[in-house]
Design a protein around this ligand. Structure first.
Ligand code: ADP
Ligand code: MG
Length: 314
């Protein structure tokens, strides 16, 4: 790691920190993700090795590019191409929401990145504004594959899951251990509304409050999820939120156009089996407004193309 000059901290999470650095030899600016010591901490070890394993398989223009992996003094270091800012920064700049064309442009690339993961049987599981990086030329790069995982054989269950509450699908909130790619589609729906309005759609302050936000706007959970809720010891003696009259997404977001609401509603189906796949979303009318598809074929500027090299493992 001596070959990098430290320029500043760009992010800090529970499992480590991300620093902006310069490669002293060639001047290239990179982001170095430094994990906490992993020898004694099983969770850090698991998150780091999972992220490395998945990122080595996943090369796509809408996923962050891993350049190098190092292990030094019990710590893992991942070196990435540096990407200018995150969607959280854009949301801070535009508290009333981003302009329609920008939402189209970002969402299209987010779905393209997720489609690529899903086609490789990988679910990201932590899609949220902080994990969506945006280059100066507007190219979206999804990052943070620490919670991503491979889908197993049908019927295989996944238990080791903790991700950001506001973007969590109802099946995750009730503790369904058989969830799938549809959890990422739910998060896309939450993001679409947040980008369009400037405010998070369901800002729950506890898991039960999160469910309450969802049910109030989108209606009652499906029977299977209701049963799982009552079997879940975390919710012992808690009553499942139910509504007789739901508020509806259009009333919740009165300023949004019908096509945005339609796209969001498709992603935010309470029943995960009813949520569309990425290819269906890419063909939605939302992307046919204002000549979007014709005019915005995303082309990589040289700085983004340059990064498509394989990582070196040290
Ligand atoms: P964590 O597991 O701590 O959330 P992330 O991989 O999401 O780790 O990185 C944390 C933050 O660091 C991101 O939200 C983003 O602001 C910044 N970051 C991560 N990767 C890059 C990168 N390649 N270029 C620029 N900033 C990055
Ligand atoms: Mg993150």
């Amino acid at each position: 790691m001596e070959k990098y000059e430290h320029l500043g901290l760009v992010g800090e999470g529970s499992y480590g920190a991300v620093m902006k650095c310069r490669n002293k030899a060639n001047g290239r600016i990179v982001a170095v993700k430094k994990f906490l010591e992993s020898e004694d901490d099983k969770t850090v070890k698991k998150i780091a090795t999972r992220e490395i394993k998945l990122l080595k398989q996943l090369r796509h223009e809408n996923l962050v590019n891993l350049l190098e992996v190092c292990k030094k003094k019990k710590r893992w270091y991942l070196v990435f191409e540096f990407v200018d800012h995150s969607m959280l920064d854009d949301l801070d700049l535009f508290p009333q929401g981003l302009e329609y064309q920008r939402v189209q442009k970002y969402l299209y690339q987010i779905i393209k990145g997720i489609e690529f993961c899903h086609n490789h049987n990988i679910i990201h599981r932590d899609i949220k504004p902080e994990n969506i990086l945006i280059s100066r030329s507007g190219v979206v790069k999804l990052c943070d594959f620490g919670f991503a995982r491979m889908l197993g054989a049908p019927g295989e269950v996944y238990t080791d899951y903790v991700a950001t509450r506001w973007y969590r699908a109802p099946e995750l909130l009730v503790g369904d251990i058989k969830y799938g790619k549809a959890v990422d589609i739910w998060a896309i729906g939450c993001l679409l509304i947040e980008m369009s309005m400037g405010q998070p759609l369901f800002p729950g302050d506890s898991d039960i409050d999160q469910l309450y936000h969802i049910v109030k706007c989108l209606g009652n959970l499906i029977p299977r999820h209701q049963e799982l809720f009552y079997q879940n010891p975390l919710f012992a003696s808690v009553k499942l939120p139910e509504v007789e009259e739901q508020e509806s997404l259009e009333n919740h977001c009165p300023k949004l156009s019908a096509v945005v609401i339609d796209m969001a509603k498709k992603c935010l189906q309470i029943d995960p089996d009813k949520r569309p796949f990425c290819d269906e979303l890419l063909n939605h009318d939302f992307f046919n407004q204002d000549g979007f598809v014709e005019s915005s074929q995303v082309c990589c500027p040289p700085e983004d193309l340059r990064s498509q090299q394989r990582p070196t493992c040290v």
